[in-house]
Design a protein around this ligand. Sequence first.
Ligand SMILES: [Zn+2]
Length: 149
Amino acid sequence: MDEQSTKAKGGPGSPEYKDLSLPDLLDMFPDDQAAMEWLEGNVWPDGRKCPRCGYGYTCTTKHPSMPYYCSECDRRFSVKIGTVMEHSKISYRSWAIATYLLATRPKGISSTRLGRDLGISQSSAWFLLHRLRGVWRTLAGPDLMAGAR
Ligand SMILES: [Zn+2]
C-alpha cells in the first residue's frame, strides 16, 4: 500500500476515523446486530437500498441471514451483498472490528495477530485483511469505509 492510497477518501488516515481504545471498540460493537447496523450505515449512508437494482423502498424479513426484501427483484438481501463481505461466513462483528482496526492501524496488523484478536483462524483473518485492503486500493463499489465515526 503506498502513501498516496492510504490518504484516499475513507481510507486509513482519513479524518473521520479516530483511534478508539479496545474497550471503546468493544462497546461500539457489543454484538453482531450492532456491528451489522454500523456496517449498514457505511454501505447505505443515505438509507437502505437494494444492492441489485437500487430500489429504496425495501422491507424487512425474518430470514436470519438475509433480513431485507426487494419487491422489484423479488429477492432477499443483506448488507453483505455487493460488498467485500459477500460470500464470507465471517461474522458482522469480526468485519466491523477488523475494518476499524485496519483503518486506524494500517501498518500494525498481521493476519496472525488479527486472527487471535478476533478469535478466528489465521486463514480467515488473511482473507478478511486481503478483502479490506482491496477496498482501499481500488475504492470501487460500495465504499465500506465511508462515514465511519
Ligand atoms: Zn432490487
